[in-house]
Design a protein around this ligand. Structure first.
Ligand code: AMP
Ligand code: MG
Length: 535
């Protein structure tokens, strides 16, 4: 064990959020509107029988915590919410948000409790937050709890995203509480008790667009400025001392990091499911994993969230536009501090430009196109028109595309020969009628002509493509299988998937089955393709 690694009791806390910003003076824990404060102190509710299901040693290491400490009883007691370590100062933060396009007023950490901020040996700040550790003043009429099902989904997916190179909150631990929590998964009156769990998530910070929005909506400009100054000093010190130009530079940076995040989501086929402004991190992190899903068949209109089934506001293909809309709501909140609408509008335009540019670069890299040529855009767009025509597995398609050989002349190949290398990606070969095959073949001929001109070997192109097109993602049914097993007392699949998803771009011949298409039984099963916010 490197000497630098510490025991839990030795963690160094520097709780800048609570030390810099005003607290709710009320210390009782009951639901309420909280004014003139950024947070309410609240302690987690003790649980009867906490059991550690999984922890992530790399995340522990971010905190300078030894892997051994994670196996201790103290670890389980702490991260189930039964114990506060010296230096912890627990609180729930106050924020609002637009939910599904409508202003919802105060929301806040209804079932998240922040424990404190650890400063590690490198001087990095990591905030620790429990999810599902009991009610807070922001719980409204809900219980503040979380079930194993949703906690496990967040645990696995946030780690999977990290290893895919997508900015995200991380997961330290997943602990069952020994208590049952009632949930009505499909909101159809069939509520049932489920095992409760507490997740500990870790991020440089958990400030959301909604933290600023709530203060602006209440015209609490003093506190709005204090929160922004705090955020800039703590998380964006490179921007310099807060001032009006720095506020703008900050917003531009949020626009940029959000654009980059959207490019990543689109690259890997991730659908967040609930892109409300309270679920948008000012650090450009993926945050609040709820009814998220992964594209199986490439379908820009898909969302896993049944709560959004009608409008499909947060469907895969709409995410970049929604991020822009959300940024505009953040801009509204900042307007009183910046007092000029134009530069804010310009920043939002820069979001679109950053996104467009990033998306084009990303798509070229997904396709293995080196350099930029005139025909690249129509080539990309035609593929994106073709992919949804029949159910085509996005992840498998791009991996198979990387295997295309450029040594044969596409004009000498028949449509069937041109489509053959991709057949594994299709869910129903019967759906590939001659119109489809011909259209696909025409595209493939253009694609092959383009890659044949490149001065790069097939092997090198494959390697470059495989570095951006994951082989292994947390397919919706895989998460559900891990849940089914964990609920039956077998947590082995959690570690299996965690390990698999640590190397999402690598060929893992022993794990080929995890890269397979979604099995038919999972097509319409709740938890696999249909999720709700009930968690
Ligand atoms: P979400 O859609 O999960 O981001 O949650 C939206 C809002 O509802 C946030 O303020 C959450 O803290 C709150 N919330 C969600 N589930 C619960 C729960 N079980 N108990 C208390 N608050 C909750
Ligand atoms: Mg949320």
């Amino acid at each position: 064990m490197p000497a630098a690694l510490k025991k839990l009791e030795q963690l160094h806390f520097d709780n800048s959020f609570v030390n810099s910003l005003p607290a709710d003076p009320e210390s009782e824990n009951f639901p309420r509107q909280v004014f003139s404060a950024c947070y309410s102190r609240v302690v987690p509710t003790p649980v009867s029988n906490p059991q550690l299901l999984a922890c992530v040693s790399e995340v522990a290491e971010l905190l300078d915590l030894s892997a051994l400490s994670c196996e201790s009883e103290l670890f389980t007691q702490t991260f189930s919410g039964n114990h506060l370590l010296p230096g912890m100062d627990a609180y729930a933060s106050c924020y609002g948000g637009h939910q599904f396009g409508h202003w919802a007023g105060q929301l806040g950490d209804g079932r998240a409790i922040n424990l404190g901020e650890v400063i590690n040996a490198k001087g990095e700040r990591w905030s620790l937050q429990l999810k599902g550790a009991g009610p807070t003043p922001y719980s409204r009429n809900a219980d503040g709890l979380a079930v194993l099902r949703s906690s496990l989904r967040e645990f696995l997916c946030s780690e999977a995203m990290f290893h895919l190179g997508v900015p995200t909150t991380r997961a330290l631990s997943l602990i069952t509480t020994g208590e049952r929590v009632d949930r009505d998964i499909l909101y159809n009156g069939n509520g049932a008790p489920e095992p409760g769990a507490v997740l500990c998530r870790v991020a440089p910070g958990f400030i959301r667009f909604g933290n600023f929005q709530l203060l602006a909506s209440r015209a609490d400009l003093g506190l709005l400025k204090a929160l922004l100054d705090y955020t800039i000093r703590t998380d964006f010190p490179h921007l310099g001392e807060p001032s009006t130009p720095v506020y703008l530079a900050w917003f531009e940076e949020v626009c940029r990091s959000t654009a980059e995040l959207m490019v990543h989501w689109m690259r890997v086929g991730f659908v967040h499911g609930v892109m409300n402004t309270d679920n948008m991190s000012v650090l450009g992190l993926t945050i609040d994993y709820g009814p998220y899903g992964w594209l199986e068949g490439y379908d820009p209109g898909w969302t896993p969230n049944i709560t959004d089934a009608e409008m499909k506001r947060y469907r895969y293909g709409n995410q970049p536009q929604i991020a822009s809309w959300n940024l505009a709501r953040l801009a509204d909140a900042l307007l009183p501090l910046i007092e000029s609408i134009e530069p804010l509008q310009q920043a939002i335009s820069s979001y679109a430009a950053t996104y467009e540019k990033g998306w084009r670069v990303m798509m070229r890299s997904k396709l293995g196109l080196i350099g930029e040529e005139e025909g690249d855009e129509p080539l990309t767009h035609e593929l994106l028109m073709i992919l949804p025509l029949v159910e085509t597995d996005m992840s498998i398609f791009f991996r198979k595309l990387a295997d295309i050989r450029s040594d044969s002349d596409p004009d000498q190949l028949s449509s069937d020969q041109l489509i053959a290398p991709l057949l594994d990606a299709y869910y129903d070969l019967g759906s590939l009628d001659s119109d489809y095959r011909n259209r696909f073949a025409t595209w493939m001929r253009s694609y092959m002509l383009r890659i044949r001109e490149q001065k790069i070997s097939d092997a090198d192109r494959r390697q470059q493509m495989n570095a951006v097109n994951p082989k292994y993602v947390l397919r919706n049914y895989l998460a559900q299988q891990a849940i089914d097993k964990a609920e039956a007392g077998d947590s082995s699949m959690i570690y299996e998937l965690l390990e698999l998803l640590r190397h999402p771009y690598d060929e893992q011949p022993e794990n080929e089955h995890y890269a397979a298409k979604r099995p038919e039984w999972a097509r319409n099963r709740a938890g696999c393709s249909m999720l709700s916010c009930s968690s």
